[in-house]
Design a protein around this ligand. Structure first.
Ligand SMILES: [Cu+2]
Length: 304
C-alpha cells in the first residue's frame, strides 16, 4: 500500500483503507454487542421477554450514521476515481491493441512492442483498442483497471512514478488462453526511454502468409517474435539453432530443422524444450494443414 508506482496509488488506497477501516470497526463492534447481549439477556437472567417499540432517536441514529458513512466512502472513491478520467494535455501516447490472447503496444512513428515500456514521471495516455472481444487492461501496481470494449474507444492515463518492472494483465475472461494474456510494464529513466524508442524497429506491413498463420492460430500468445521469453520459447533465431529437448524422458540435442518444427506443432509433447513446461502447448494436428506448416516454417526462417 501507498507506493509511488503511479499517481493514482494514493487515491485508490485511501478509499480502500477507509472502507476497510469502517468495515473492520463495525465487524468488531457489532459482533461484540451481539455477544454482550447474548450474555446480558440470556434466558436465565431475563426469563420474561420485553418488547421495545418505536424509539425515534434510535431509528434516526441508525439511519443517519450509516448514511453519512456511505457518503464519506463515496466521496473518497470519487476523489480517487475522477482524476483517472481527466487526461492532462501533452501526455505521451501509446495505443494498446488487445486480441485473443496478446497485447501489442503501438508507439508514435509506426513502431510496436510486446512490452509496455514507459519513461518515469512522464504522463502517458493509453488508447485501448480490441481486435476481437472484451478484454480488461489492468496494472495492479498502478491501481489501473479499464475495460477494452470492441467498437468503443476507451482510454486510460497515468504517470509512472517508480523505475521497475510491473505486471500487466487481461482481467476479463476472453477465451481458452486468457490466462496467458499478460505482459510487463517496464518503467525506465527518460534518457534510456528515448534511446529505446529510437531503436525500436518500424512495424512492417502484415502481408506475410506465415506470419498471418501464426497470428490466426494464436501462437503469439505463448511465443514472442522479438526474443522475449513468455510462456514458450521465442521464435526469434529458432530456425537452424541447436535445441536441448527431452524425448521420452531422455535429454538430447538436435537442430531445429523443418521436421522438428513440424513435430513441434503436431506433437508438442514429443520433444519438450528444456526449461519449458510439457503439456501447455496443445497439438495442432488436424487444425493446421501441411501447407500452413510450411508457410509458418518459411516465416520462422526469416526471424534471425
Ligand atoms: Cu483478454
Amino acid at each position: 500500500m501507498f507506493s509511488n508506482a503511479s499517481n493514482f496509488v494514493h487515491g485508490v488506497d485511501n478509499a480502500f483503507a477507509l472502507i476497510f477501516g469502517i468495515s473492520l470497526f463495525f465487524l468488531v463492534t457489532l459482533t461484540g454487542t451481539m455477544i454482550y447481549f447474548i450474555i446480558k439477556y440470556n434466558r436465565k437472567r431475563h426469563p420474561k421477554a420485553e418488547q421495545v417499540k418505536d424509539n425515534m432517536w434510535l431509528e434516526v441514529t441508525w439511519t443517519g450514521i450509516p448514511l453519512i458513512l456511505v457518503f464519506i466512502m463515496f466521496y473518497a472513491g470519487w476523489e480517487g476515481f475522477l482524476p483517472m478520467r481527466i487526461v492532462p494535455k501533452n501526455t505521451m501516447h501509446v495505443k494498446a491493441v488487445a486480441k485473443m490472447w496478446k497485447y501489442t503496444f503501438e508507439y508514435e512513428g509506426n513502431k510496436e512492442s510486446d512490452t509496455l515500456v514507459l519513461a518515469v514521471n512522464v504522463p502517458v495516455k493509453v488508447d485501448l483498442f480490441s481486435k476481437d472481444v472484451l478484454h480488461g487492461f489492468s496494472i495492479p501496481a498502478f491501481r489501473i483497471k479499464e475495460d477494452i470494449v470492441p467498437f468503443k474507444n476507451n482510454y486510460s492515463w497515468f504517470t509512472p512514478g517508480e523505475i521497475g518492472d510491473f505486471e500487466l494483465y487481461c482481467t476479463v475472461y476472453c477465451g481458452v488462453s486468457h490466462s496467458y494474456m499478460y505482459t510487463t510494464v517496464r518503467v525506465i529513466d527518460q534518457q534510456s526511454f528515448k534511446k529505446w524508442l529510437a531503436n525500436l524497429p518500424e512495424k512492417k506491413a502484415d502481408n506475410n502468409l506465415g506470419r498471418m498463420a501464426i497470428e490466426k492460430n494464436g501462437c503469439t500468445a505463448c511465443h514472442s517474435l522479438d526474443g522475449a521469453k513468455i510462456v514458450g520459447p521465442t521464435f526469434k533465431g529458432l530456425y537452424g539453432s541447436t535445441r536441448s529437448v527431452t524425448t521420452n524422458g531422455q535429454k538430447r540435442t538436435l537442430i531445429a530443422n523443418e521436421d522438428y518444427i513440424k513435430t513441434s506443432i503436431t506433437e508438442p509433447d514429443k520433444d519438450v524444450v528444456t526449461d519449458f513446461p510439457q503439456g501447455v502447448m496443445k497439438s495442432y494436428k488436424g487444425t493446421i494443414n501441411d501447407k500452413e506448416i510450411q508457410l509458418i516454417t518459411d516465416y520462422l526462417k526469416t526471424l534471425k
